[in-house]
Design a binder for this molecule. Structure first.
Ligand code: G16
Length: 543
């Protein structure tokens, strides 16, 4: 056996997006496409000679083959050891944990997250650094630069080891260690939450439905919820990861997790419901007859985190992405802790967590997590809610109502226009961008524009600057809308319109969010003109 050096030519479309490189699966399966990008990762991080890595993915179509290609390339590039989840499987938070636990030099995670999987659907790959978090922009820029001049890659000329057999084997000089993907992660959860109290909850006939959407969280949720916490068998539904997610779109929001929503809003629905996404880092929280928006979930967790043993000493600070509602800001003010506002993308939280400035982070895109790993963590958020319910004795609806009464309510919604032709999406975006300077002082119904700008961020830890991170139109009184182009889609362009309005009138805390936000939706339409520019009468997805 030997090292093969394969001649190749660069691809011009390998720029990582919000979270790594995501394309149609067949693009990755094309000659040299995956290999070029993997070699660019290795070269972009200064080579992997003598390094230790974690590799795994969410089990979607092509996961197994891609893991084996990466192992053969790591061996050919001189890596010392690669830790792989059994069967090539690892949830994104579990991969982050393994990197940190084993102090490896980084890891490669295969997933297109919440995007559908299958031969005709989506695939993705991203690199995480030694802190367990998604590579920051400086690293992804270096990787992208390498993709542009790729002329050859190295691959081991021999079969990768059997990924189903636990333990060590060799690929050339490199050690391949196949580990149980679940147990280390489940052990970590036991250190953070009051498993005794949650066990008591389930022993007391508390009912729950966790929809794993035929994706990676199934085995994790079954082990933690059913085996370790005593939730009834069958609590976890769609619990077997399938290469095409059983045809489900594993995006935990009310639109795509509609089976769960129907169950939770039925007469005999369970007390508590949750769903996770393709790679296990997103979460949706639902009570019986009550949906919790991700921004409210973040705020409520911030207010109650002290109930969980891992957070009993309080939070040093919190962070949210810019488009996420300011509900958590109000909690932070009440707690007397800082709240940081970052661009969209979990990678922007890493420095803040590493520096000990924040321990809780969240995004409107169904992501919540803490400094226990450096990724958002779907099951972690579910356990945090269970811990809070067990500690307070209050249900989801009761907790939420009390929260709004204390802090007021940031009505919030996101309207997505998906798979729009790129030039039309650009036209709508650039029109607003050009109009920003003239918007201050203009009026739409009862709304006066106080400020309109393009968000930019200077990292308070390393001073790095990230410009052009979304357009904000802010009205007097705290309402606003934000327009962004998604960085995770694979077909055309997706425009995201984020809408927010603050309300503290006790009689106005129980409105339908779309009704509460109607004046802002109307102002956004007048200012941007979605119907005319995009030719779409309404958004495709509303969360
Ligand atoms: C990724 C990022 C998140 C981001 C989300 C949506 O999540 O990790 O930080 O909020 O994409 O990004 P965009 O609005 O650009 O589509 P995931 O779960 O897809 O990895």
């Amino acid at each position: 056996m030997s090292i093969l050096t394969v001649e190749t030519t660069p691809f011009d479309d390998q720029k990582p997006g919000t979270s790594g490189l995501r394309k149609k699966t067949k693009v990755f399966m094309g000659d040299h496409y995956l290999e070029n990008f993997v070699q660019a990762i290795f070269d972009g991080i200064g080579g992997v000679t003598g390094k230790r890595l974690v590799v795994g993915g969410d089990g979607r179509f092509y996961n197994d083959k891609a893991v084996k290609i990466i192992l053969r390339m790591a061996a050919a590039n001189g890596a010392a050891r690669v830790i792989v989840g059994q069967g090539g499987l690892l949830s994104t938070p579990a991969a982050s944990h393994l990197i940190r636990l084993n102090k490896t030099d980084g890891g490669i995670i295969l997933s297109a997250s919440h995007n559908p999987g299958g031969e005709n659907e989506d695939f993705g790959i991203k690199y995480n650094t030694a802190n367990g978090g998604p590579a920051p922009e400086g690293v992804t820029d270096a990787i992208f630069a390498k993709t542009k001049s790729m002329s050859s890659y190295k691959i081991w000329d021999g079969e990768a080891p059997d990924l189903d057999a636990l333990g060590d084997s060799h690929l050339g000089d490199m050690v391949v260690t196949v580990v149980d993907p679940v147990s280390d992660y489940a052990d970590l959860m036991e250190t953070l939450f009051d498993f005794g109290a949650i066990r008591g909850l389930f022993a007391d006939n508390f009912t729950m439905r966790f929809d794993a959407m035929c994706a990676i969280t199934g085995p994790y949720a079954i082990e933690v919820l059913e085996n370790r916490l005593g939730a009834a068998k069958g609590t976890v539904v769609h619990g077997t990861p399938l290469p095409d997610f059983g045809g489900m779109h594993p995006d935990p929001n009310p639109t795509w997790a509609h089976e769960l929503m129907d169950e939770m809003f039925s007469e005999d629905g369970p007390d508590f419901g949750a769903a996770s996404d393709g790679d296990g880092d997103r979460n949706m929280i639902v009570g019986h007859n009550v949906y919790v928006s991700p921004s409210d979930s973040l705020a409520l967790i911030a207010a109650h985190a002290k109930n969980a043993p891992g957070y009993k000493d309080g939070l040093p600070g919190v962070a949210r992405s810019m488009p996420t509602s300011a509900a958590v800001d109000r909690v932070a003010r009440a707690l007397g802790i800082p709240c940081f506002e970052t661009p969209t993308g979990w990678k922007f939280f890493g420095n803040l967590m590493d520096a000990g400035k924040v321990a809780l982070c969240g995004e409107e895109s169904f992501g919540t997590g803490s400094d226990h790993v450096r990724e958002k963590d779907g099951l972690w958020a579910v356990l945090m809610w269970l811990n809070i319910i067990a500690a307070t004795g209050k249900g989801v609806g009761e907790l939420l109502r009390a929260h709004f009464k204390e802090f007021g309510r940031n009505y919030y919604s996101r309207h997505d226009y998906e798979a729009v032709e790129s030039d039309k999406a650009q036209a709508a975006y650039q029109k607003l961008r050009a109009d920003l300077a003239a918007l201050s002082g203009t009026t739409y119904g009862d709304l006066n524009v106080a400020q309109a700008d393009e968000f930019g961020y200077t990292d308070p830890v390393d001073g790095s600057v990230s410009n052009a991170q979304g357009l904000r139109v802010m009205f007097e009184g705290g309402s606003r809308f934000v327009l962004r182009m998604s960085g995770t889609g694979t077909s055309g362009a997706t425009l995201r319109l984020y809408l927010e309005r603050y309300e503290d009138d006790p009689d106005q805390l129980d409105l339908d969010p779309q009704d509460a936000l109607a004046p802002i939706i109307s102002a956004a339409e007048q200012i941007v003109g979605f119907a005319a520019t995009l030719g779409r009468a309404k958004p495709d997805v509303i969360t």
